[in-house]
Design a protein around this ligand. Structure first.
Ligand SMILES: Nc1ncnc2c1ncn2[C@@H]1O[C@H](COP(=O)(O)OP(=O)(O)OP(=O)(O)O)[C@@H](O)[C@H]1O
Length: 828
């Protein structure tokens, strides 16, 4: 049985095979096709071609739609020819679309072109948000129907007619699809609008999403729009909003896009949206999600760094609010501060007028006898500088004080000085030499006398306490006798004379060993080159355990530094002027006049005459640059019948003291002075200061001017300079000066002055005028011929009868860029 089956086996197998093969339905077509390809291969090839064609048509559709949009935009700009295309006029929208159709579809485009598909007459439903479209400016004459794609795609008439119309009417999806697609193709191929769809599909559209969409379209064309919309919706589901923002960051190509994006329509998540940062297509399946994650990663804050434009938006609202609150508060505080400052300024102004504070002397803990003396002198309330400095000075602290001229600085150091003496006198036990408890140094004799006089007023009720001056111009022997007969605890001295006493060992050094307080009035001047060495020597002779008080209206930076020579490291600095404020008195009107130096005498005379007319109780100081010029000016004004006095270093001390006292007490008087009266001198109620010629420096200008407007009173200051002295105005540019026009001088007065000058020059002060002119001319010559400086200096010194030229001469020369004058000692 088995053997028969085995023998029959080949036959059975062949029969079965035959049955199986013959039973198959092979279809009616040929088994092979041209080129020897099988039926299946043939079929696949055709399917592929159909897909490609479909894809191409879709691309054309998109590009034509884009062209319509562009054309629409151009339609609005009609009449504005493209500046780049100067040889041709602008195309009409129809021509433009036609040309594009020709370009995209090559053959037969003319026939395919539907004239009714001209520029968009009305936007598609989804283009409501199209911002570039100015509806009012839309051109008429075009037909409003959408592009008839049936004519463009005859082979798939049905398919595309459904889809084309659906695409246009149905949705943002397709529109966005198209736009994004174009973005993508621009990314990939640059701005090559004519790139074929094939190129695009070959190079860029490789994502599953694209493939599945096209496959879907081919297999079931009717579903195209739905498929896309569905896909879009699906995409929306899978794509979180944040990803959309990242996309927006990257795509900056169109304002439309951002608007549409903001709407959040489904179409926003179409093909174009699926680009990664490299511009590659990203599909919507799992792989896409992974890529999407990558996209997120690439676009993360850390990767974008400073280019992350969202970083600002990410600020927590609370933080932002806090910051806003804070800035509002800061503004409020600033506002309040400026108001307070204004109020303070007002207050200061009012206080400045009276210079007095609210604090009384009996509140500050000084001796009742001193308070009594103050009261009888009419001092009840402290001035501002006294209020600020007294507590520290009375504590025994080293202090550097800056306060405006006429602010009451003298009393501010005299009161602690008296207290020091009182304390020191109480602690004396059987000393053989009566100690000097307080030493006050000042630069001029007149100032020393003035300080001593003021001290005496304050010591009125203090028996046994005395003050004595040691100044030049008095016979040395007289000084010595007084020191022996009346050993005072307070000495007011000029540095030169005190040093003389120390050097000849008159016994003063021993007395100075008990010194407890050193005061430097006009400290900036005392520590200036002219005095510094003398001051240093004096300080070296003084005990280290002492209190030092330094006062001035002007304290330049270098003086602050040098003041360490005298002050302890831990000293106090009081500045009642204020940082950035000018030291000149607020109530003084300042002006300047530039005139040739030959006319200065006439101008001074004219100014004085005018002032006398305006202020019957006039009291004027005229400052001149040298003693010689001062003397000459005095002579001239006296010749012109003016009530005038002179004050300069060429006059004997007794005369100077007498004149100083007289001027202090008088009214209707003119004092012509050199700089001996410039600092510290307290001549009450001076109405006008005239400075003829530039002062040595800015500080001297302030001190000269400070002889008026004291105690907050009103005053006036005029600076009269020659044209070459104009450079000085730069040095005082922070001070507000008004320029005066040149006055018209009466020719008769002019003649009279010229006669007087001639008379003085020949009869009274031989050569003085010429010396004065020589001074100016010499300085002018320095500017012209720098090599002759030494000669000029010598000539000038000789011409004015001096051994050495004045400091101003040297300073001016230096300012003009000259080297120092060799071998000539400078005189101050
Ligand atoms: N507490 C006070 N009450 C009233 N008057 C005062 C008081 N203190 C000082 N004075 C007066 O103020 C005027 C100016 O004082 P003082 O000469 O001390 O000024 P200063 O600041 O030293 O000026 P300068 O810087 O020119 O030397 C003087 O006439 C003085 O009598």
């Amino acid at each position: 049985m088995y053997s028969s089956i085995l023998s029959e086996r080949p036959r059975i197998i062949s029969k079965l095979l035959c049955t199986f093969i013959l039973a198959r339905n092979m279809g009616g077509g040929p088994r092979t096709f041209p080129g020897g390809v099988s039926k299946w291969k043939w079929k696949r090839m055709h399917e592929k071609r159909a897909r490609d064609k479909e894809r191409r048509l879709l691309e054309q559709e998109k590009q034509i739609y884009q062209a319509r949009i562009r054309s629409h935009i151009r339609a609005q700009l009609t009449g504005k020819p493209d500046p780049r295309n100067t040889s041709h006029g602008p195309l009409t929208p129809e021509d433009h679309i036609k040309a594009l159709a020709n370009r995209f579809m090559k053959e037969g485009a003319e026939d395919l072109w539907n004239r009714n598909d001209g520029p968009l007459k009305s936007p598609p439903p989804f283009s409501k948000e199209l911002p570039v479209t100015d509806r009012s400016s839309r051109r008429s004459g075009s037909i409003g129907s959408p592009v008839d794609l049936r004519k463009l795609i005859p082979e798939h008439g049905n398919l595309v007619s459904n889809n084309g119309i659906a695409n246009l009417t149905n949705t943002n999806c397709n529109y966005v699809h198209t736009r994004n697609y174009s973005v993508q193709s621009r990314r990939k191929f640059g701005r090559n609008d004519s790139s074929s769809a094939e190129d695009v599909s070959n190079s860029g559209l490789k994502g599953n999403f694209v493939r599945s969409t096209i496959r879907n379209l081919v297999s079931n064309p009717r579903n195209m729009s739905n498929t896309n919309v569905d896909d879009c919706r699906n995409n929306k589901k899978v794509m979180p909003k944040r990803r959309r923002k990242i996309w927006r960051n990257e795509s900056s190509s169109s304002e439309n896009e951002s608007d549409w994006d903001a709407e959040g329509e489904p179409g926003n998540y179409s093909w174009g949206r699926r680009l990664n940062f490299a511009g590659e297509e990203v599909s919507g399946n799992d792989e896409d999600l992974r890529i999407g994650r990558d996209v997120r990663k690439i676009g993360s804050k850390s990767s974008l760094g400073k280019y992350d434009i969202k970083s600002k938006r990410r600020m927590l609202p609370t933080l932002y609010d806090e910051e806003k609150d804070l800035s509002e508060q800061v503004e409020l505080i600033r506002d309040q501060l400026s108001k307070r400052k204004l109020a303070q300024n007002e207050e200061q102004k009012t206080e400045g007028e009276t210079i007095l504070s609210q604090r009384r002397f009996d509140e500050c803990g000084i001796s009742p006898l001193t308070v009594k003396a103050l009261s009888s002198a009419g001092y009840i309330h402290m001035t501002r500088v006294q209020e600020a400095s007294l507590p520290l000075c009375l504590e025994g602290k080293d202090t550097l004080v800056k306060a405006k001229t006429g602010a009451g600085k003298s009393a501010a150091y005299l009161l602690p000085a008296i207290e020091t003496v009182l304390k020191g006198a109480g602690s004396i036990t059987n000393r053989r030499v009566p100690p000097i408890f307080v030493l006050i140094l000042c630069p001029t004799r007149e100032l020393a006398s003035q300080i001593a006089a003021e001290t005496k007023v304050l010591l009125k009720y203090h028996n046994g306490i005395g003050v004595q001056t040691l100044v030049g111009g008095i016979r040395f022997k007289v000084d010595q006798n007084r020191l022996q007969s009346d050993p005072s605890q307070i000495i007011v001295a000029t540095p030169g004379r005190l040093l003389d006493h120390i050097e000849i060992k008159s016994g003063i050094s021993a007395r100075l060993m008990g010194l407890q307080m050193l005061v430097l009035d006009e400290v900036d001047h005392l520590l200036d080159l002219g005095f510094r060495k003398d001051v240093e020597k004096i300080v070296d002779c003084l005990p280290r355990q002492r209190q030092s008080l330094l006062f001035s209206a002007t304290i330049p930076k270098e003086v602050r530094r040098i003041s360490q020579l005298v002050l302890k490291r831990e000293h106090a600095y009081i500045d009642t002027v204020g940082i950035g404020c000018v030291e000149t008195p607020t109530e003084v009107k300042q002006s300047y006049l530039i005139a040739p130096h030959e006319s200065h005498f006439q101008i001074v005379h004219h100014l004085l005459k005018e002032h006398i007319l305006q202020a019957p109780d006039y009291k004027v100081i005229v400052f001149c640059v040298t003693g010689m010029v001062t003397s000459f000016m005095y002579q001239l004004l006296r010749e012109m019948k003016m009530n005038v006095r002179e004050m300069h270093s060429r006059k004997p001390q007794l005369y100077r003291t007498r004149i100083s006292d007289e001027f202090r007490e008088s009214k209707q008087l003119i004092l012509v002075s050199s700089d001996v009266s410039a600092r510290g001198m307290n001549y009450p109620d001076v109405t006008l200061i005239i400075q003829v010629g530039i002062p040595y420096d800015r500080e001297l200008y302030i001190h000269r001017l400070g002889r008026t407007g004291r105690e907050g009173k009103e005053g006036e200051g005029i600076l009269l300079i020659a044209p070459w002295e104009e450079y000085f105005l730069d040095e005082i540019k922070d001070v507000s000066l008004e320029r005066f026009p040149l006055p018209d001088i009466d020719p008769q007065i002019k003649l009279k002055i010229e006669d007087s000058i001639a008379k003085i020059d020949s009869d009274i002060k031989e050569g003085a005028y010429h010396a004065w002119l020589g001074y100016y001319n010499s300085i002018r010559e320095i500017g012209r011929d720098k090599t002759t400086l030494a000669e000029l200096a010598a000539k000038f010194s000789k011409s004015i009868g001096l051994q050495t030229p004045p400091a101003l001469f040297r300073k001016t020369a230096l300012k003009m860029g000259l080297k120092d004058i060799p071998g000539i000692k400078i005189r101050r």
